[in-house]
Design a protein around this ligand. Structure first.
Ligand code: ADP
Ligand code: MG
Length: 236
């Protein structure tokens, strides 16, 4: 569904990614792990047209999206939840959802909000609250609901549970799995590697802007050296 080949990308003249080849199959959950600064965020930002791509190709459903601007990538069916700042704190939940539908007609937006709230019953409870007053977990749910407003085929999550309590993190991860069960392909960046790998089909390990491992998530979890060196996983 998503095919990245020979990707060299970065910011201005500062190259971050070197010859990255990655493939994501439809319907899967793929977790990207790796140390801080290894290029995980840069990889998914490249998909969204938020970096400078020097060479290489990014195909989504066999179509070249390499140099598309962000809003057109979104329109093709990919939603992106950045690590921070994914909701507007001074706006209510409802206003945030309305913003997420900005390319849709007013009626379509209303209809989509209703449908989305059915999928996110918890979000319905605090519809008129300002997002700034919500807990981290609640905000992440709102961000996910916003991403769903566009009926994406693929969602890219950048460390969605990084700053959450274990309980809130578990809820968010559960929701991500539910969305995946409905057919949405998921790319998930996580530092808390073990949990995120346990729920993934495939895994990509990034180190210094290169792909150090790609394959089944199970194999990476079981890999004694890669796991120990890069992920702090100490056996079972
Ligand atoms: N907007 C930016 N401008 C310049 N350099 C950046 C920018 N964002 C990230 N970098 C640099 O790119 C490298 C990879 O960062 P990033 O992809 O965020 O890593 P990760 O998500 O794996 O922690 C780091 O050296 C970081 O300092
Ligand atoms: Mg990052």
């Amino acid at each position: 569904m998503l095919k990245i080949s020979g990707l060299n990308a970065g910011y201005g003249k500062f190259q971050v990614l070197f010859d990255v080849d990655v493939e994501v199959k439809k319907g899967k959950i793929v977790t990207i792990v790796g140390p801080n600064g290894s290029g995980k965020s840069t990889l998914i930002k490249s998909v969204m047209g938020l970096t400078k791509v020097y060479s290489g190709k990014i195909l989504f459903k066999d179509e070249d999206i390499t140099h598309l601007p962000t809003h057109l990538v979104t329109k093709r069916g990919i939603s992106y939840l950045p690590q921070t700042g994914n909701v507007f704190g001074n706006l209510t939940v409802e206003e945030n959802l309305m913003l997420a539908g900005y390319t849709l007609s007013k009626e379509e937006t209303k209809k989509r909000i209703e449908e989305t709230l059915e999928e996110f019953p918890l979000v319905k409870k605090y519809l008129r609250k300002k997002c700034g007053f919500l807990s981290g977990g609640e905000r992440q749910m709102v961000a996910m609901a916003m991403a769903m407003m566009r009926k994406p085929e693929m969602i890219l999550f950048d460390e969605p549970v990084a700053s959450l309590s274990p309980k809130a993190a578990a809820e968010v991860l559960k929701k991500i799995m539910e969305l995946n069960e409905k057919g949405i392909t998921v790319i998930l960046i996580e530092q808390a590697a073990k949990k995120a790998l346990q729920l993934a089909d495939d895994a990509i390990l990034m180190t210094s802007g290169k792909v150090a491992y790609k394959g089944s998530a199970k194999n990476l979890l079981a890999h004694p050296e890669l796991g120990k060196v890069y992920l702090g996983i100490k056996g079972k």
